[in-house]
Design a protein around this ligand. Structure first.
Ligand code: AR6
Length: 357
């Protein structure tokens, strides 16, 4: 199952467990710890008092009390002392131990703040990298929906060089009428990037706007995803169109997975797509994915630009030079960078929808 990065207060999330960046006493403090204790009420403090503290890099679990989550997993991150005192290993251990506990308690969704990146001074970009690396390593082996919750504007920043490269790439190719960059670098983190709590569990839906539903439904037959005829409503007869045996998105995806010698699970995990959604795609030959899902699979399969466009077309989508999202995807594919988490970091920085679920 996937990793998702969102902006919100962790205290509002309705997932099975939220993780607290605590101190060794487990008796509350400032930052996210203070916010969690405040929202959970005194019952959390009383339960924590019985735990006998916690060592750096370790984790302990309590109930959620008045929070919307079932559990709170308390972990103690390392204090930053220049980076050469085992900080990274200890921080990795925080993620690993918290996830181990989440698994043990049957959690299917867990949310992390950026542990150590506040009072404990771990540089935010490095803290984010450790979080993403540790969680994705875990997700290769386990099914869970994991959120990283970033709270402030500065927590989530792609490197200056990558940002500048992407801007240059877009500037060179953008063919729209309006200036694409009306915002400054700091402004890309405006409030519209904040996902509201209710949005967090929105299921994948077929996108009716992207594909006319009426044709196929009337005849009890599947429309041919990506058929230019369907998209344009051409003069050809309906029968002609329906007789045209074209590979669907689902068929093309499964074929490509085989061609690349991947297993299904390698592919959907690399695509940051959840197993249930993949099963839906697998079992429904005419499944119509969202554009972000289709692209996520192209990235997981490491398709080149032409192959990506071909796969997208099967789902009725194209990559254009008139929107930022498409150009960012093109930038990464052209540079041969298929790391979906890095791509998502960039999409987030440019205020775009993220790939995968
Ligand atoms: N939701 C999500 N993230 C938050 C929230 C929130 N409500 N509030 C803050 N953050 P910190 P640490 C972010 O200082 O560095 C406490 O006093 C914040 O922006 O909470 O591990 C403990 O008792 C930052 O990016 O934790 C310890 O003594 C991240 O959470 C000490 O601080 C972590 O910042 C632990 O320090």
């Amino acid at each position: 199952m996937p990793l998702k990065i969102i902006r919100n207060s962790i205290t509002l999330l309705k997932c099975d467990a939220i993780v607290n960046a605590a101190n060794p006493t487990l008796l509350g403090g400032g930052g996210v710890d203070g916010a969690i204790h405040k929202a959970a009420g005194k019952g959390l403090l009383f339960e924590c008092m019985k735990l006998g503290g916690c060592k750096t890099g370790q984790a302990k679990i309590t109930g959620g009390h008045q929070l919307p989550c079932k559990y709170v997993i308390h972990t103690v991150g390392p204090k930053w002392r220049g980076g050469t005192n085992g900080e990274r290993e200890l921080l990795e251990s925080c993620y690993r131990e918290s996830l181990r506990l989440a698994l043990e308690y049957g959690c299917s969704s867990v949310a992390f703040p950026l542990i150590s990146s506040g009072v404990y001074g771990y540089p935010k970009d490095q803290a984010l990298k450790v979080a993403v690396d540790s969680i994705t390593t875990f997700l290769l082996e386990h099914d869970m929906l994991v959120y990283i919750v970033v709270f402030d504007r500065d927590s989530f920043r792609i490197s200056e060089k990558l940002f500048v490269d992407i801007v240059a790439f877009i500037d060179d190719r953008y063919v729209g009428m309006d200036p694409i960059f009306s915002k400054t670098r700091r402004d890309v983190f405006d409030e519209s990037t904040v996902l509201k709590t209710e949005e967090i569990f929105l299921p994948e839906e077929e996108d009716p706007a992207a594909f006319p539903p009426d044709f196929a439904a009337k005849e009890g037959k599947a429309a041919v995803p990506g058929s230019p005829d369907l998209k344009r409503g051409s003069q050809r007869s309906l029968e002609d169109v329906l007789n045209q045996e074209e590979e669907s998105f689902s068929q093309a995806l499964l074929r490509k997975i085989d061609e690349k010698g991947m297993t299904d699970s390698q592919c959907y995990k690399k695509a940051n797509v959840d197993r249930k959604l993949f099963s839906k795609i697998r079992s429904n030959i005419n499944y119509h994915p969202r554009k972000t899902t289709a692209i996520a699979f192209a990235i997981a399969l490491e398709l080149n630009l032409d192959e990506t466009k071909e796969l997208l077309l099967k789902a009725g989508f194209a990559l254009s030079h008139s929107n930022k999202f498409d150009l960012i995807i093109e930038y990464f594919i052209s540079s041969g960078n298929y790391n979906i988490f890095e791509i998502n970091e960039a999409l987030f920085a440019f205020d775009q929808e993220l790939l995968g679920v």
